[in-house]
Each structure stands twice: as structure tokens, then as C-alpha cells.
Write a protein that binds this ligand. Sequence first.
Ligand code: HEM
Length: 401
Amino acid sequence: MTTITLDRYADVRDAFRQHDLRQDMYDAGGLVMADCLLVLHGAEHRVRRRVENRLFRRGTFRHWEHSFLRDVVRDTLVPFVAAGRGDLVEIGYRTVMNLTAMVAGVDRPTGSDAEMIAATDELYRFAKKFSEGATLVHTTRDPREVQAEVQAALDEFDATFLQPSIARRQALLARFDAGEITEDELPRDVLTALLRHRDELGVDDDVIRRECAFYLQAGSHSTANAFTHAAHDYFTWSADRDASTDPALLQRCVYESLRLHPASPVAQRRALAPIRLRGGTEIAEGTVVVMDLAGANRDAAVFDRPLEYDPLREVPDDVPRWGHAFGGGMHACIGTELAGGVPGPSTGTAGEGEQVLGTVTLMLGALLAAGGHPDPDGPAERDPHSAREHFGRYPVAFPTS
Ligand code: HEM
């Protein structure tokens, strides 16, 4: 089997747009990923994406950001700030867990604050396990051991969270069909969309379970990692300059971190037919195409001084500041706007109320506003169980009064 690696920015962009390149990254992670949006191709992908896209319409996240996202971010920080310390990896997951559960349609039992936090931590544990299962191809552990743990987590997740969430939505859909409630009263989430369109989509209970598990981990893992990298890069960059915490600047900082440390450093496809890229690269049918997103995001033909972290850099008009961090083409990240917001015109020129900053920028802003800084007593460490360059722990301290 031939493998070709693309690491030039333009080649990766062109490859993302090729309809004859099929997702090839998640075969090993089939336990969580089989038949999920990210692995579907052609008409099947188009139909599923159209149904799920409706939840991600432009404007939805502007509304979310201004109505409750800031509160979610701030409230999650409160116990850590009160304790005077925390871990960015945990803070990141706690914050995004509730958000991605909401998008996926996974209800948390309501109750006391302690019960809510316990449920969030449970989801965090599941999401980490699902993520380990999805990226099995990168594991440094015994794959069979990981698979057994993933299966156990899927079963537990199903019984504890998913079945009650399905029952609640089926009751609402029955009332909607009977004309007792309007469409606006149905939850706007992936699970409701799948249950409502299950015949059209041809999805069974197992696929629905995997799609919800996939959303839970895809949204949380990438966002939490982006947050930790963004904080680390900002701490390093601001250590020897008088850096502002203007939200528009922080958003650029987040984009620059995403460029340098994309949550998925590579994407992988397989050629269903012979392909010739615009740059002249010939790809024979059956070839595995590795798209080196991290490498392409450091292409000197596009990014001046590519290895340097410079949130104020100039980029060509047709290149997003995050490069290929959110992918492109048919599988382009559906959560781009939720996680990354909409790029502002330039630092300091957009009023705070106008710009959609995105979850990661909101999280970074809240962390800095609370005085969060690297904990001098506990150094950050990379995750020893992943070949990806994620942090396994990142202790931070908060000023205590
Ligand atoms: C900083 C945060 C994020 C990053 C860096 C990121 C990155 C990516 C990338 C690179 C892909 C394409 C992978 C490929 O082509 O093989 C992707 C796809 C996807 N992402 Fe994200 N993502 C982020 C946040 C989110 C969030 C918050 C959600 C949802 C709540 C989400 C849901 C998805 C879904 C459903 C797909 C598959 C789309 C499709 O196949 O049509 N992501 N993401």
C-alpha cells in the first residue's frame, strides 16, 4: 500500500476539496467511530451533515455566546479560583463538557450543585475514554485493553445518560407529532435531530449512540486541548512584554495557537480514484494520503516566520489564521464557530458585543481575568499516553485574597 504525505498548505487545501478522497483515519477506532458523520462519505455524508448542520446555523452561536456561554465559562472557574489552584486540563474539560453534552443532546440529571458537578465529571471520564478509542491509531498502550475500556464506558454512558435522554426526546417528539407542542419547543441538539430523521437517515440505535458519543468527545477533547495550548502560549508570550487581554487580541492568540498546535495534527484519506492535485502531485487509486495539518500550518510559503508564535502576524486574505486546524472540504469542522468564533476585523476595533469570540477565547479571557498563571510548584507535563503533543496536566494558581 502506498502512502503519500502532503505538508504544503496549498496541497492540503486542495486535497480537502477532493471528493475522491475518503476518510481513512478512524478504522481502528470503529468502536466509537463506525458510521459517524466524520467517517461517512458521499451521499450518506451529505444527508447526515445537512440534518446536523441545521443546529449549527450562523447566528446560533452568537445567541449562545451572548445568552449563556460566558456564564458557563465563569461559573466553571469559580471553585478553582476559590481553592487558589486548578489544572487547566480539568478546567478545560469541565467547561466544555456541559457545552458539548448540550450540543449532542445528552441530558445531565438536575439536582444539587454537587450532583451536577459529579455528572459533569462522569461525562468527562466518558469523553476521555471515547477520545482514546477514536484515536486508537495513536495509542501507546495495548489496543485491546483500550478497546475493552471503551466498550465498558459506552455501555455505562448508554445506561446512565443516553437512555433517559432518548426517552425524554421521544416523548417530546410524540407530543410534537400530535400537534401539542411546536418545533421551537423541541431541543436543538444532535440526538433530537437523529431521532426525528432516523428513517430518512437509516440510523439504528447503535449508530445514534456512537454519534452522540462522537460529538461528546470530538467537541470537548479538541476544545479543551486548544484552551490549554492557548493559555500556555499566551503565558510564554506575555512573560516578556506588556500584553493586553483585549478579547480581539486573545482571539488572535487562540488562532495562532491552533495554527501551531492543531488538535488533530494529521488528517488521513484514501484515494477512491486517481487524482492530480493543482500543484501537480499525482495520487494513484488506493493511496493513503496523510495530510500533515501541523506541517502545512508551518508552511513558509504562506506563514512568514512560520515557527514563531506571533498572534499579530499578517496572513494572506484567503487563509484563516488557524490554517487547517479546523480541517476543510466536506468534513470541515461543524463546531468551528462554537469553538473559534468568527474572526474579528482586527484587534481592538470590534465592540465586544458585536464579535463572536468563540468558547476558547472566552475561556482564556476568564482565566486571565481571574489572575490564573502557571503554578510555580507544579510543572506542566505532556500526556504520556498519546503520541499527540497534548498536555496531560497543566497546574495553574490563582491569587488568594
Ligand atoms: C478548537 C476546537 C476544535 C478543533 C481544533 C476541531 C477540529 C476539527 C477537524 C480538524 C475536523 C476535521 C477532521 C478531518 O477532516 O478528518 C473536525 C471535524 C468535526 N468537528 Fe471539530 N474541532 C473543534 C471543535 C469542535 C466542536 C466544539 C464540535 C461540536 C460540538 C466539533 C464537531 C466536529 C464534527 C461533528 C466534525 C465532523 C464534521 C464532518 O465530518 O462533516 N468540533 N473538527
